[in-house]
Design a protein around this ligand. Structure first.
Ligand SMILES: *Cc1c(COP(=O)(O)O)cnc(C)c1O
Length: 385
């Protein structure tokens, strides 16, 4: 049997933690917690409801929210759609102004385009050279009719961290709502929604050792009356998102978020050590450049551009899983919109890789990856020119 490639693509998705799998499986069979959480009249439903509510507390706890502020969705894509379309439609007027950035995830960019088609004016902020959106840039873009600002906490390609509290201050002064896509930030950056001036925040389980197909939207007090449901039928989740609650997915997301809270500092210290080991060795390759701020970043995600010549990433991918841009852009094979926004051209973008580390990365993985990357450089004849 072929050896499995090394996994350096935690930013695309993570394996489900074994402890989470155990909890998930317990919600499926006849001997388990399989009831419909909406069947409040009998024990099966009540037990399922308890699991759902415990998970809601666990998710809320990691991010400093209260359980009632957490709405279950099918993932961060749906959370982003609900936030943007829900706020736009609740205004009852097709016009108005939305601010976002050029380096958001496609789940924001495609949704913003959709709103543009229905008459909303959209500003796509350009990141600074560090890959960050500053509070000043947001302040400068605010208009009288700006009703929503949507920016990410952590960029999925660069690993850079926006100053969300500072930006939120600016947004609040102008009385607009502030949505934050935190799919890459939850469990990696300390989030405190009790203090942060943020009205809506999107989460995903599968970026944090939970299963795919489940996520949540935080809906704060300022947003609650200014958000229209996008999925109707049954009035689940306070009418904001109908559909039978997926107990196994939800319990698993709760467990994954609780694990992230419990191991937050320890895990961060581990990833920082691994990142130092990786970066130190890779930056010794002539001409390698790290994209995005050196200081405002999570240690998990690195975007590296190699110098002139062919970087033999096809050969490398056989022994090591990483992202040539981001998983989402890889699907469309276009140069990364994030790198283009940072001033790369298609050629340097094509010599860029994203390496992302996680809970199961070892020192051996790091050292093997360095060897593989160095030989991928060496096997590309033009590379050293
Ligand atoms: C992965 C990701 C999403 C999409 O999340 P899903 O749960 O897969 O729909 C949205 N935004 C960012 C920043 C992401 O990294």
């Amino acid at each position: 049997m072929n050896k499995r490639p090394l996994y350096f693509d935690y930013a695309a998705t993570t394996p489900v933690d074994e402890r989470v799998i155990k909890i998930m499986v317990e919600c499926l069979g006849f001997d388990g917690n399989f009831g419909n959480p909406a069947s409040s009249s009998h024990a099966f439903g009540q037990q399922a409801r308890q699991s759902v509510e415990q998970a809601r507390r666990q998710v809320a706890e990691l991010v400093g929210a209260t359980p009632e502020q957490i709405v279950w969705t099918s993932g961060a894509t749906e959370s982003n759609n609900l936030a943007l379309k829900g706020v736009a439609q609740a205004r009852g007027s097709a016009c108005g102004h939305l601010i976002t950035s050029q380096i958001e995830h496609k789940a924001i960019l495609d949704t913003a385009r959709q709103l543009q088609d229905s008459g909303v004016a959209v500003t796509y902020l350009v990141p600074d050279a560090d890959g960050l959106i500053t509070a000043q840039a947001v302040s400068d873009a605010m208009r009288e009719d700006t009703f929503l600002v949507s920016l990410m906490l952590v960029n999925n390609e660069l690993g850079t961290v926006n100053d969300i509290p500072a930006i939120g201050q600016v947004v609040r002064e102008r009385n607009a709502l502030f949505h934050v896509d935190a799919a890459q930030g939850a469990g990696k950056v300390a989030i405190d929604l009790a203090q942060w001036p943020v009205d809506l925040m999107s989460f995903s389980a599968h970026k944090l050792y939970g299963p795919k197909g489940i996520g949540a939207l935080y809906v704060g007090p300022r947003a609650h009356q200014r958000l229209l449901a996008q999925i109707h039928g049954g009035g689940h989740e306070g009418g904001l998102r109908s559909g039978t609650l997926a107990t196994h997915q939800i319990a698993a997301m709760g467990a994954a978020f609780a694990l992230a809270a419990a191991s937050f500092h320890e895990e961060k210290a581990l990833i920082v050590r691994l990142r130092e080991r990786l970066l130190e060795q890779l930056l010794s390759i002539p001409g390698v450049r790290l994209n995005g701020s050196l200081t405002r970043r999570i240690p998990h995600t690195l975007s590296l551009t190699f110098s002139e010549g062919e970087f033999n990433s096809a050969a490398l991918l056989a022994s090591m899983a990483f992202s040539a841009t981001s998983a989402c852009n890889s699907a469309s094979n276009a140069p990364s919109h994030v790198l283009l926004a940072l001033g790369h051209d298609a050629r340097t973008a094509s010599r860029t890789i994203r390496l992302s580390l996680g809970r199961f990365t070892t020192e051996q993985d790091i050292d093997q990856a360095v060897q593989l990357i160095k030989s991928a450089c060496a096997s590309a004849p033009a590379f050293w020119q």
